[in-house]
Design a protein around this ligand. Structure first.
Ligand SMILES: NC(=O)c1ccc[n+]([C@@H]2O[C@H](COP(=O)([O-])OP(=O)(O)OC[C@H]3O[C@@H](n4cnc5c(N)ncnc54)[C@H](OP(=O)(O)O)[C@@H]3O)[C@@H](O)[C@H]2O)c1
Length: 314
């Protein structure tokens, strides 16, 4: 028997519980993975919070989107996007229900883990990294652009900011004061969010901002972006979907009317894993929790200032 985390009803983290699950042997084209680390994403708690509506028929709700682990059983024809999969392979998986000790899943959702990348980082890079790659592509970030990243020390924002620097852009990033040193190390010019943000950014970039990437979703982030960026096609949000129709800015991801970017996100692993393995992309692990302390992990992430990825260790 294996263990998985489910939401037994809709509510706060108190509705999360470990349950015993059967893990079937792999069928054709499938593998079974023993999970060593699984990442928490804000969407995980939003799913059972009721923020997207409630559906009693979907309960108990399995949680988790991504993990890293080791193949412990494989069908002879199991072939992932990077080639055949064998028992003992260290892998990254993208699959619903990843908050578990073991999972059987189609090999198409299984990628090779670079040897020098930790389980924690491997489990937490692809959802936020794919989102960041999509944000840069959707707004056409190019050398010479001045880019404002809202939430530049967050999980998505820090990758978006580092990738924008790597693409030759000048990057200004909002963050709480205790994160400014880290942003400077990435080549990002930090600025504190809060009242007066537009003036602080103008003081840094009197010639204007070309692109704004919002990973925060506050009215402040959207309004400052609208004030400073002349071309609305070059403002993207992954949170403030309620502001996109009214303003003409781009919503990206799973929100209403948003561009899901399915293909670009699915392919982003090639660039992201190469960069992480080469030490050219920093993924901060803020905290790890044992899998059965998932409630505490969700409370920590829900606070909105985790300062990096939060990882569950089965
Ligand atoms: N649409 C999509 O495809 C998609 C994909 C992934 C994530 N998301 C969403 O994107 C958001 C960010 O995800 P994440 O994983 O990056 O979260 P995260 O790691 O928790 O980062 C949150 C960030 O928000 C900043 N922040 C918090 N309150 C703020 C405020 N009042 N003003 C300005 N900044 C503030 C934090 O800054 P400090 O820590 O410096 O205070 C931090 O940088 C979540 O809502 C998530 O659901 C959407």
């Amino acid at each position: 028997m294996a263990t998985a985390i489910v939401a037994t009803t809709y509510g706060g983290p108190e509705v999360l519980s470990p349950v015993e699950i059967d893990v079937p042997a792999p069928g054709p084209g499938e593998v079974t993975v023993r999970i060593h680390a699984t990442a928490v994403n804000p969407i995980d708690y939003k799913r059972y919070s009721g923020a997207f509506g409630t559906n009693p028929a979907a309960l108990p709700l399995r949680l988790g989107l991504e993990a890293a682990g080791e193949v412990i059983a494989a069908a002879p024809d199991a072939e992932g996007p990077a080639g055949p999969l064998r028992v003992g392979d260290e892998v990254i998986i993208r699959a619903e229900g990843a908050y578990a000790t073991e999972l059987t899943l189609p090999a198409a959702k299984v990628l090779p883990k670079p040897a020098d990348v930790s389980w924690e980082v491997a489990s937490g890079i692809l959802t936020v990294g794919g989102t960041a790659v999509h944000m840069l592509a959707a707004t056409g970030v190019a050398p010479g652009d001045t880019v404002l990243v809202h939430g530049a020390a967050g999980s998505v924002g820090s990758i978006a900011a580092q990738l924008a620097v790597a693409r030759g852009a000048r990057v200004i990033g909002t963050a709480g004061p205790d994160r400014h040193e880290r942003l400077r190390a990435y080549g990002v010019e930090p600025v504190e969010y809060g009242p007066g943000l537009a003036d602080r950014v103008r003081a840094l970039a009197p010639n204007g901002i070309d692109v704004a990437l919002d990973t925060v979703g506050t009215d402040e982030a959207v309004d400052v972006s609208l004030e400073l960026v002349p071309d609305r096609d070059r403002i993207a949000t992954i949170v403030a979907f309620g502001r996109t129709a009214e303003t003409g800015i781009k919503g990206l991801g799973g929100g209403p009317g948003a561009d899901p970017g399915t293909e670009i996100r699915a392919d982003a692993w090639r660039e992201l894993l190469d960069l992480v393995a080469a030490g050219k992309l920093d993924v901060v692990i803020s905290k790890t929790f044992p899998l059965d302390e998932v409630r505490l992990a969700h409370e920590f992430v829900r606070d909105g200032h985790a300062g990096g990825k939060v990882i569950l260790l089965p």
